[in-house]
Design a protein around this ligand. Structure first.
Ligand SMILES: NC(=O)c1ccc[n+]([C@@H]2O[C@H](COP(=O)([O-])OP(=O)(O)OC[C@H]3O[C@@H](n4cnc5c(N)ncnc54)[C@H](OP(=O)(O)O)[C@@H]3O)[C@@H](O)[C@H]2O)c1
Length: 309
């Protein structure tokens, strides 16, 4: 396949001065690098995170560099839909526009835990929380010319062939790896379906999916360190978060990135490399699966993209 954007790096990022951006879970890991790079390029970045102390330390670290934009913290716990509502309303009250939303925050393989509303934590945080956030911010996004919603999936999405719509509250038990893969399939299906729906609604916002490849971060905090060493060796080449952030940054800022696309690293198995179109399986493309997921998400979150709240 011809990869037009081979070799895309931070040096290719456009000037983002005057653009407003939100990055979820940007106090650490890949989100930190996404937020920092947007800020360096001139964007006014809001870090939406749940731990104020950690986030303020991250901001102090970022702002000691050469950012041309601004950076601030706002409280968001994606495991609590009231928190998503409070964050979104406060953001819209204080900002006239939103150019870039990066749905980055994620949790992987926690012990069986429920969100405040009773959903399995990975499905609740990685997918439902971001669905509610995107929907609640949709009015401000739709009215901002050229705006983008970037949703972080994972190569792990390919480990499940379907979404079990009868186990989101762990009614049938809990398999951590399967729940993570399900949440990441849901993220990808959501991003693709959102772009189709936006086109139908006649708005110009682009919904784009991305995945970072493999990078050792605090995402793997629930895996035994020795076991993690083995898994990382098996992956072969992995990337530091600075490079793992590139596919999402490409999706968020490159003039060549398009709505409805999915970007990841271009190396073997998409574990590492430069941003390029990533594999979208037939399952992820299924509009029937997307319709079922949408119905569940609207019911679970009591939020719709058509509401202007
Ligand atoms: N690292 C990889 O190899 C890899 C591979 C494929 C996909 N991804 C995806 O890339 C994204 C970033 O992962 P990462 O590796 O950078 O992980 P990370 O270093 O653990 O960062 C995850 C971020 O999400 C935040 N978060 C977790 N639960 C939250 C909640 N309830 N509300 C708000 N924020 C919450 C974390 O906040 P706290 O610090 O407060 O916990 C942290 O800021 C995730 O979506 C992940 O699934 C990563």
């Amino acid at each position: 396949m011809l990869i037009k954007n081979e070799g895309w790096t931070l040096a290719d990022m456009p000037d983002l001065r005057g653009k407003a951006a939100i990055v979820t879970g940007a106090n650490t890991g890949i989100g930190y690098e996404i937020a920092r790079s947007l800020y360096v390029a001139g964007a006014d970045v809001t870090i939406a995170a749940r731990d104020e102390t950690k986030t303020m330390a991250a901001i102090a670290h970022m702002s000691s560099g050469q950012g041309r934009g601004s950076i601030k913290y706002a409280a968001l716990d994606l495991a609590d839909l009231d928190s998503v509502k409070r964050f979104s309303e406060a953001f819209c009250d204080h900002h006239p526009a939103l150019d870039i939303l990066v749905n980055n925050a994620g949790v992987m393989y926690p012990p069986a835990t429920r969100t405040r509303e009773g959903f399995e934590l990975q499905f609740g945080v990685n997918f439902l929380g971001h669905f509610a956030l995107s929907a609640r911010l949709s009015a401000i996004l739709f009215k901002t010319p050229g705006s983008r919603i970037v949703t972080m999936s994972s190569g792990a999405y390919k480990r499940v062939e379907n979404i079990d719509f009868s186990n989101h509250k762990m009614e049938k038990g809990y398999d951590a790896a399967q729940a993570y893969a399900t949440s990441k399939l849901a993220d990808l299906v959501f991003a693709l379906e959102l772009d189709r729906q936006i086109r139908t609604m006649g708005h110009q916002t682009a919904s784009i999916a991305a995945h970072p490849g493999v990078s050792r971060t605090s995402l793997q905090r629930h895996i035994d360190p020795k076991e993690l060493d083995k898994r990382m060796l098996a992956f072969g080449e992995t990337m530091p978060p600075t490079q793992a952030a590139l596919p999402a940054l490409y999706a968020a800022t490159s003039p060549e990135a398009t709505g409805g696309a999915y970007y990841g690293p271009d190396g073997e198995h998409e574990y590492s490399g430069c941003p390029a179109p990533a594999l979208i399986t037939e399952t992820a493309k299924s509009t029937q699966l997307a319709a079922q997921l949408w119905e569940l998400a609207e019911e679970a979150t009591s939020v719709s993209f058509y509401n202007k709240y």
